[in-house]
Design a protein around this ligand. Structure first.
Ligand code: GLN
Length: 191
């Protein structure tokens, strides 16, 4: 059975696990370096607060190993704060995190307080419901980055090789399209 590790330091990780259950994919929570070293077929970086997750990753000594595993080709899916963790550049923050994906993101791009909303969009050509919560979007993407979703002129989902990032929260809408894409095209497809 495929096993996907879900970073469980802070944020909406349980909701991702429920989505993986529905897809019949094995999963486990990653809370420390030891769990990060376990064999896995893919990795999910959940939404939450990127500053908090980043600090915990650093203080638990997990950041370098995470970066290494992703650079080696481990399929990774970052949602919302997870997108910020993956980004090479953050337009409006001093801090950088894993810096593995060739994207520049804007944090809280829709505003801090009123920045949460629901819309219908498309992901890789398929209709999906989208829940945005103080979400980032991508303001610049490198030439190897494939844009998978655009909402109101802003890139809200993209893929670069083994890395998938999205601004919205498919784990909260309950729609399986994005998780299925990750599992089929990137976790299974990469094998
Ligand atoms: N605003 C958060 C951040 O900048 C992300 C929000 C989320 O993950 N829902 O880290």
């Amino acid at each position: 059975m495929l096993q996907i590790g879900v970073l469980a330091l802070q944020g909406a990780f349980v909701e991702h696990e429920r989505m993986l259950d529905r897809l019949g994919i094995g999963h486990f929570q990653i809370r420390n370096r030891k769990e990060l070293s376990l064999p896995m077929d893919g990795l999910i970086l959940p939404g939450g607060e990127s500053t908090a997750i980043g600090k915990l990753m650093d203080s638990l000594g997990m950041a370098a190993l995470l970066r290494e595993r992703i650079m080696e080709g481990l399929p990774v899916f970052g949602t919302c704060a997870g997108m910020i963790l993956l980004a090479d550049e953050i337009e409006n923050d001093e801090k950088r995190h894993l810096q593995v994906m060739d994207i520049t993101v804007r944090r809280n791009a829709y505003g801090r307080q009123l920045g949460s909303f629901f819309t219908q969009g498309t992901f890789a050509g398929k209709p999906v419901p989208m829940v945005f919560i103080r979400a980032p979007y991508i303001v610049e993407a490198g030439r190897n980055v494939e844009v998978l979703s655009v909402v109101e002129g802003h890139v809200v989902a993209a893929r670069e090789r083994n890395m998938l990032a999205c601004s919205f929260h498919p784990e909260l809408s309950g729609d399986l399209t994005v998780h299925s894409y990750f599992v089929e095209a990137m976790v299974k497809g990469g094998k």
